[in-house]
Ligand binder design. Structure first.
Ligand code: ZN
Ligand code: ZN
Length: 275
């Protein structure tokens, strides 16, 4: 956690409703205030399509509870200099995006912004520590290839504001054998994202896992900058103490690439904050 004088926004945090995060909403709020954030986005895993990844996200019936939590956090934070933002992180699920849209579209007016992610290739939850032993069966290059194919399709489809942890398959240290090809394919994805106003997330969770590097890598960040993408900062906190994790380091990295601002979204409108 960093205490900072810069006006910072953490747009990627979770709640215990997703069954793999700990801490109470009040503890996350206290951490956000202690970190000196001006915007704190709560962006838990969205429960759609039905049955998808059910052990790692809230049940659809938990959504009213989620909105109650957000409302009470807003009430408590009101006037404190910290604005609580309502969001969800939703997944690209090939062939089932109609179901995702049916569940998500009616709720869009409630959210300040939406985060888009890919956590699966086929039926393989490649970022799940309990599935680590399955990597050899799927193959590192095949996972990267499938991931990039789905990420591209997701960005082409659009409908979200923030592209999360865009090189997530590196989480456990599995790097592609042809890095140049991955950078080329990702640059193409970033150009498409930039044209839609989608922000690139600098996600500091990568510093807490074997990858030991912010998502995405410096090389990919340079490609995103060349593509004209703007950025957000996200801790991907699944514990209160991870709110705004290593944000000084993320801001320094972003500045070294050339960015001067990062974005918060309030009711869908981008607010640029100095880095
Ligand atoms: Zn999670
Ligand atoms: Zn994620």
């Amino acid at each position: 956690m960093s205490t900072t004088t810069s006006p910072r926004a953490d747009l990627h945090t979770h709640t215990a409703l997703c069954k793999h995060a700990s801490g109470t909403p009040e503890e996350y709020l206290a951490a956000a205030q202690k970190a000196g954030l001006v915007y704190w986005g709560v962006s838990d895993h969205f429960p759609a399509p039905a049955g998808y990844d059910a052990e790692f996200r809230m049940a659809p019936g938990d959504l009213p509870r989620y909105f109650d939590i957000l409302d009470s956090l807003r009430d408590v934070a009101d006037g404190s200099g910290l604005q609580v933002l309502a969001a969800v992180e939703f997944d690209y699920v090939p062939d089932r995006m109609d179901e995702v849209s049916a569940a998500l579209d009616p709720l869009r007016p409630i959210f300040d912004y939406l985060i888009g992610s890919v956590h699966y290739v086929g039926d393989f939850a490649f970022d799940d520590p309990d599935k680590l032993a399955e990597w050899p069966r799927y193959g590192v290059d095949a996972v990267w290839d499938g991931y990039l194919t789905d990420l591209k399709a997701f960005v082409e489809l659009g409908g979200f504001n923030v592209l999360a942890h865009s090189d997530l398959p590196k989480k456990f240290g599995f790097r592609p054998s042809d890095c140049e090809n991955v950078v080329r394919r990702m640059a193409d994805i970033y150009e498409c994202a930039a044209a839609k106003g989608i922000r690139l997330e600098l996600n500091t969770a990568g510093l807490r896992v074997a990858a030991d590097e912010i998502y995405p890598s410096p090389e990919l960040l340079r490609a995103a900058f060349r593509a004209g993408m703007k950025i957000t900062l996200g801790s991907d906190a699944h514990k209160p103490e991870h709110v705004a994790y290593a944000f000084d380091r993320a801001a320094e990295l972003a500045r070294s690439i050339g960015w001067t601002t990062h974005t918060a979204f309030v009711r869908g409108e981008a607010v640029e904050l100095p880095l």
